[in-house]
Design a protein around this ligand. Structure first.
Ligand code: ZN
Length: 276
């Protein structure tokens, strides 16, 4: 296991959209991230042993707050998460955490936030208190306002991914290994080998690489030489690739994007075989 320090919320992102067609999967991932955020170990989080982790696992951590649809007076589940609930979150978020460095709000079925609730959430996401992380769980991120989506890191946590995910995972492993080495050469070498991949292969690679990056961000995988900042950059870069692929851009463009931005900032991209 690697050691990712959550020194500030910026290092792991202050707002995430965790999507899966299976709601339990998104919730489970949210709970893992939340445990990592309140873990007191300082490295290899969540450690699973400290007071923070134990409370998180038992569902009694005062700094992990779950927001879900409420029941009405007759005991029936309401259809929506209301603006009142989000305003309560905003008021609570302004108060410092109780026991850990930060507070985590898990919003379940975030797509059930009505329009007013989403607009209230948007305000909160625009100027989030420094100590707060929002985790929006949803079956479909497209059901959230575009303005809300644009404020969050969007991650698909579905385990039932595409058929080619096996190959995608293998490619992602190769790519992330090169990234972890901190050697720009290794990254370019990998890109040169893969840039002729087909569109669907590239899509499954990007999805798997994103998963792997999130795992490193959450402290579930060894980040090698990648600092939290670099991991965040990589996360955003892969998100951008995902956006590219949504509009069916040529796979080669995705690799160009990676070639320019994936290696460390101080390195300049160049083709294999060229001398600098
Ligand atoms: Zn812990």
């Amino acid at each position: 296991m690697g050691s990712v320090h959550f020194e500030n919320t910026a290092a792991i992102g202050h707002a995430w959209i965790l999507s899966s067609p299976v709601p339990e999967e998104a919730l489970h991932r949210a709970q893992e991230i939340a445990a990592g955020a309140v873990c007191l170990a300082g490295h290899d989080v969540p450690c699973g042993n400290c007071r923070g982790c134990r409370k998180a696992a038992a569902g009694v951590h005062p700094d992990i707050i779950r927001v879900c649809r409420e029941t009405d007076r007759s005991g029936k589940l309401r259809r929506e998460i209301t603006v009142g609930q989000i305003r309560d979150v905003a008021a609570d978020a302004a108060v410092l955490p109780n026991e850990s460095e930060r507070k985590v709000y898990i919003i379940e079925e975030a797509e059930t936030m009505n329009l007013n609730a989403q607009n209230a959430a948007l305000k909160l996401l625009e100027e989030p208190p420094k100590t707060v992380i929002f985790l929006l769980c949803t079956v479909n991120p497209d059901l959230l306002l575009e303005t809300v989506r644009s404020r969050c890191l969007s991650v698909s946590v579905s385990s039932g991914s595409t058929e080619t995910s096996g190959d995608g995972e293998k490619r992602a492993e190769g790519f992330l290994k090169a990234m972890r080495s901190g050697e720009a050469e290794a990254v370019w070498r990998w890109i040169a080998k893969n840039e002729t991949n087909k569109l669907d292969e590239t899509a499954s690679f990007v999805e798997a690489a994103l998963q792997g990056t999130v795992d490193m961000l959450c402290g579930r995988a060894d980040p090698g030489r990648l600092t939290p900042d670099r991991l965040m950059q990589l996360e955003r870069l892969l998100e951008q690739c995902t956006e590219y692929l949504k509009v069916n851009v040529n796979a080669k463009h995705v690799f160009s994007l990676l070639a320019v931005h994936a290696p460390a900032d101080e390195s300049q991209p160049r083709r294999m075989g060229e001398t600098s």
